[in-house]
Design a protein around this ligand. Structure first.
Ligand code: ACO
Length: 439
């Protein structure tokens, strides 16, 4: 698979670093949006020193032409197109094409892409027996990562990361099957039969069918539900080098097969500080509502450093401004709740919480704004999606981003296995103590 040719970052300056008597010249490289970085790749070879940056707060792991985000100004663009424009103009599959190939598809390219995906929506019949082995209350993210990993046992014909045809078919399989695998984890949890996918439906309508239809009667898909879901998937699709995407790249750097890499990405996404925050956020809103809706009490708890409580859905490593995705989702939330004439107490709590927090100096000084997860849970609830499935929906949305990064990494001439270094702080060499002499 080829992607749009991207411009490489250029050297625009030189920085001088002195360590003891050594003065080293470090190239300053600049990307297309004028972001600059010091290229320290020769630092250790020339000085014996490495950089230390826990949590990679200040470390660029790669150059990338997929997503631009400016956290200070609240800008997010996929392949140069603002997220707001994409959300308004295309569906999830067209956006996936854009992320993967770097350009908007022609009508015929898009048709071929859609068809390629549609052919693979079913999972192997034998795969369904896996679901019998999971406890009924298993978390769907655990099921998702296990079953996606297991795709590599069923599709041994498409595991070679260096064969473009095998990669393309694996991409189709993943995009097509993830909604099916995800919906079956929900069906399993409620004891309903698995539905076969409907290839006559668009991507999100098919997912609603897989989730909510039963063989016992007709299920009418609400186009507004499909549209809201489409929007949610689009805003979650990529966010440059976040935890799960970096995981997919890291695992992929060892030439592990694509299914294994995506399974790892799903596991990384599951954590409550990442994709799991949407579930944690709605649980928090529920807790506040059940506790009488006293948002000040919870804002104070979040500010109290002796209390481990944090406002879920608030704050972001990169955004130090309103997350543009949260704005899009909040508007969609308003529209959907009005259409359904739903008075969701959690939406009210969320709005009050946002209002109080955004006025509070603690949040203002630290530039803590609502992130993508703050309102997404409220929409998912309105769509009838159970809380445990929220992060699963995030995974379906993030999949094209993971795939695009994996492909970009494999196409990069400078690809190397990811292998960070460390500064050792354990004991220096010591004498062995025989067991009878240990106290
Ligand atoms: N509630 C209260 N205080 C917060 C919050 C919060 N949600 N987020 C950050 N802070 C405070 C921290 O305590 C810290 O205060 P200090 O300077 O007095 O020590 C300061 O703000 C900076 O926070 P860090 O944890 O250093 O920021 P970091 O970039 O490491 O973490 C993170 C970002 C993990 C998103 C954090 O803001 C958080 O835990 N938020 C809640 C969980 C959440 O919503 N995660 C979803 C992120 S979006 C996504 O993954 C899709």
């Amino acid at each position: 698979m080829s992607t749009a040719t991207s411009r490489t970052a250029e050297q625009t300056d030189t920085a001088k670093l002195s360590i003891g008597d050594t003065v080293l010249e470090l190239p300053v490289i600049t990307g297309t949006e004028n972001e600059s970085a010091l290229d320290i790749s020769k630092l250790r070879a020339k000085t014996g020193v490495i950089t230390l940056d826990e949590g990679f707060v200040n470390t660029g792991s790669t150059t990338s032409a997929i997503t631009f985000l400016n956290g200070e100004e609240g800008i997010l663009r996929y392949r140069g197109y603002p997220i707001e424009t994409i959300a308004q103009n295309c569906d999830f599959i067209e956006m996936s094409y854009l992320l993967l190939y770097g350009e908007l598809p022609t009508a015929s390219e898009l048709r071929t892409f859609r068809e390629g995906i549609r052919q693979h929506t079913m999972i192997h019949e034998e795969m369904k027996s896996f679901y019998n082995g999971f406890p009924r209350d298993a978390h769907p993210m655990a099921i998702l990562s296990s079953v996606v990993g297991a795709l590599s046992t069923f599709y041994q014909d498409s595991l070679d990361p260096n064969d473009p045809e095998q990669v393309t078919i694996s991409i189709y399989r993943l995009l097509a099957k993830l909604p099916t695998i995800a919906a079956y984890s929900y069906k399993k949890s409620i004891g309903q039969p698995f539905m076969y996918p409907r290839n006559d439906l668009d991507y999100t309508s098919n997912f609603l069918h897989l989730m909510f239809a039963t063989p016992a009667g007709p299920y009418e898909i609400d186009p507004d539900f499909a549209e809201a879901l489409n929007l949610l998937l689009i805003v979650h699709a990529d966010h440059e080098q976040n935890c799960s995407t970096s995981t997919v790249r890291m695992v992929g750097s060892s030439d592990a097969n694509l299914f294994a890499c995506i399974s790892a990405g799903i596991s990384a996404l599951w954590g409550p500080l990442h994709g799991g925050a949407n579930e944690a956020c709605v649980n928090m809103l529920q807790q506040i509502a059940d506790d009488g809706g006293d948002v000040d009490k919870y804002v104070n708890m979040a500010k109290d450093k002796t209390n481990g409580f944090r406002l879920m859905g608030f704050g972001h490593r990169v955004y130090k401004n309103y997350d543009p995705r949260a704005l899009i989702i909040k508007k969609a939330c308003d529209k959907l709740l009005a259409k359904l004439q739903l008075d969701d107490p959690l939406f009210e709590v969320a709005q009050k919480l946002e209002e109080v927090a955004l006025r509070d100096p603690y949040f203002v000084e630290r530039k803590l704004y609502p992130n993508v997860d703050f309102y997404s849970g409220v929409i998912y609830r309105a769509l009838g999606i159970p809380v445990q499935m929220f992060t699963v929906l995030f995974a379906i949305g993030r999949l094209p981003g993971w795939l695009a990064h994996w492909v970009e990494m494999h196409n990069s001439p400078s690809k190397r296995i990811g292998r960070p270094r460390q500064i050792y702080v354990g004991p220096t060499e010591r004498e062995w103590t025989p067991i009878e002499s240990r106290s």
